[in-house]
Design a binder for this molecule. Structure first.
Ligand SMILES: [Zn+2]
Ligand SMILES: [Zn+2]
Length: 262
């Protein structure tokens, strides 16, 4: 089975001791490509954290972006560096960007402003966006409608809403990426969303090192475990795991790798 991991944090310090082994285990499990997210601990130190990793490992691609948690750390210099890095051959997306009203690590008005600014950067670079949204669905959608050109596509990562929100995201042209949460028995709304998404809009991810799927729940997550998420989403949709995996590989390639900056 060939797989992708559409969202992981391989720069995380939890991988400092065994990063190469983690990537080798992913490859051995069939994970051919991984998108490592360039949030790190926020700017200024983490602006190119994912790009540096993607330069070292051929199967890694990078995104660039200020996570909503770190929105208060974004400066004009951050945006200037992003605009430069956007043309790097391994940078395939802007993200994760969005709103997180659960933790409120940055003030909400600052989160909204930094989210909008990064949609402008992505739009100028003609790159898809990777959205993080938590307890902020309505504001997230409103800002997307206001600032985003759906031509360039994007993904709602770690989709944690229900079928109505999934439909809203699909109507806005987004892909929906399911994480290990979909393997949790009580995630009923997410299960319904996983059944509803059309095949050409589906992605899967680990969000490693967080949110390990069953049977690794509670442990450090890693890209090799995306196979468990593939199996569960396939089961929910009543198809074979390898068919689901192939679909997500094709979607990953179309969304992130086919888009060329003009
Ligand atoms: Zn996230
Ligand atoms: Zn993430």
């Amino acid at each position: 089975m060939k797989l992708i991991d559409s969202h992981c944090h391989l720069d995380s310090e939890s991988f400092h001791g065994d990063r190469e082994a983690v990537i080798e285990r992913a490859a051995a499990a069939g994970v051919e490509r991984m998108l490592t997210i360039g949030s790190g601990d926020g700017p200024p130190d983490s602006v190119d954290v994912a790009v540096r990793l993607a330069e070292r490992f051929p199967m890694l691609y990078a995104s660039i972006g200020v996570h909503p948690h770190d929105a208060a750390k974004a400066t004009p210099e951050t945006y200037r560096r992003f605009a430069e890095l956007a043309s790097h051959p391994k940078v395939v997306a802007v993200g994760e960007i969005g709103l997180d009203y659960h933790y409120d690590h940055s003030p909400r008005d600052v989160q909204r402003e930094v989210f909008a600014e990064q949609m402008r950067i992505a739009s100028d670079a003609r790159k898809p966006i990777v959205i993080h949204t938590r307890e902020a669905w309505k504001d997230t959608v409103a800002l997307i409608r206001q600032h985003w050109n759906p031509t360039y596509g994007g993904v709602i990562h770690c989709f944690s809403e229900g079928p109505a929100e999934a439909q809203e995201a699909l109507d806005l042209g987004f892909h929906i990426s399911f994480s290990g949460i979909v393997t949790f028995p009580k995630a009923i709304g997410i299960h319904d969303a996983a059944r509803l998404a059309p095949p050409d809009r589906l992605l899967i991810e680990t969000d490693a090192p967080f949110l390990a799927p069953v049977p690794y729940r509670g442990k450090r997550n890693e890209p090799a475990y995306v196979v468990e998420t593939a199996k569960r989403v396939a089961e929910l949709r009543g198809i074979a795991p390898d068919a689901l995996a192939a679909t997500t590989v094709a979607n990953f390639e179309r969304l992130f790798l086919a888009a060329q900056p003009v």
